[in-house]
Design a protein around this ligand. Structure first.
Ligand SMILES: *Cc1c(COP(=O)(O)O)cnc(C)c1O
Length: 243
């Protein structure tokens, strides 16, 4: 990346970050929440390691990737950058069983545990390494056919068994809302929160993490209780127009 470009891109990242943090604070204030309750995950899947370094310098402290191979590529490149601390990544995308080992030990949180089968496979591999991996249960709250994740009644039925698995620690739930439909997004996020409340009763766990809200709908997600917004385009894309 040339120096001139990186200087203007870094200025863009910092300006955009200030704008979106203030929007998060406004959304939180509207419902009497504190902005401190909401963490930003910068989803770096469409950019390279250079942009991740600049985003780190702009103040982002937690990143998300949706493909194990790209996660490995970025982590390897970032490890070569002198003076840079280890950058924490979360896994947010579909995880195939044969890619679990590529992710274990390399991420802070797996957001996308979408079936009992996957939960068991992750747990088994984590136990074999003597580690416990923090996970979220991905739920298809909206019921859209294109979305992955547990059906809500299935996750309620499975929860008791899932939380007994020794290699995973269930920290909360994650969902994606239908695109371009603010009312549907709100219903999806409030549905996620209500489901979390039911899961708390079933499991006796705090399940504090509500991972929801992306570039187009994060303000709604914050109003509905999100604690972790996953932002890609709005963070990195200079062509993304704020509404
Ligand atoms: C890409 C992606 C995001 C970020 O989406 P934007 O609309 O670019 O903010 C969030 N969550 C998941 C699971 C993604 O794959």
């Amino acid at each position: 990346m040339d120096i001139e470009f990186s200087a203007s891109y870094e200025a863009f990242l910092a300006e955009r970050r200030a704008e979106l943090l203030s929007r998060i604070a406004e959304a939180a204030a509207r419902v009497g929440r504190s902005a401190d309750e909401v963490e930003v995950l910068a989803v770096s899947k469409t950019v390279g390691p250079e942009e991740v370094v600049l985003a780190w310098q702009a103040g982002y402290r937690r990143f998300g990737e949706n493909r194990p191979q790209e996660l490995t590529r970025k982590r390897t490149a970032l490890a070569q950058v002198e003076g840079l601390p280890e950058i924490p990544f979360d896994m947010i995308g579909n995880l195939q069983k044969n890619k679990i080992n590529q992710v274990l030990g390399n991420v802070r949180l797996i957001h996308s545990v979408s079936s009992p089968h996957l939960a068991e496979a992750i747990s088994k591999r984590a136990e074999a390494r003597g580690i416990t991996v923090s996970v979220l249960l991905e739920v298809n709250v909206s019921g859209e056919g294109s979305k992955s994740g547990f059906v809500p009644h299935e996750v309620l039925a499975a929860a008791e068994d899932l939380v007994k698995l020794g290699g995973i620690s269930v920290e909360g739930v994650m969902t994606m809302a239908p695109a371009h439909d603010a009312d549907a997004a709100r219903k999806t996020f409030s549905g996620l929160r209500e489901l979390r409340d039911e899961l708390r009763v079933v499991t006796g766990l705090p399940l504090d993490v509500l991972s929801c809200g992306m570039s187009d709908d994060f303000s709604i997600a914050v109003e509905e209780g999100s604690t972790l917004v996953r932002l890609g385009r709005i963070v990195f894309d200079q062509g993304y127009k704020l509404s």
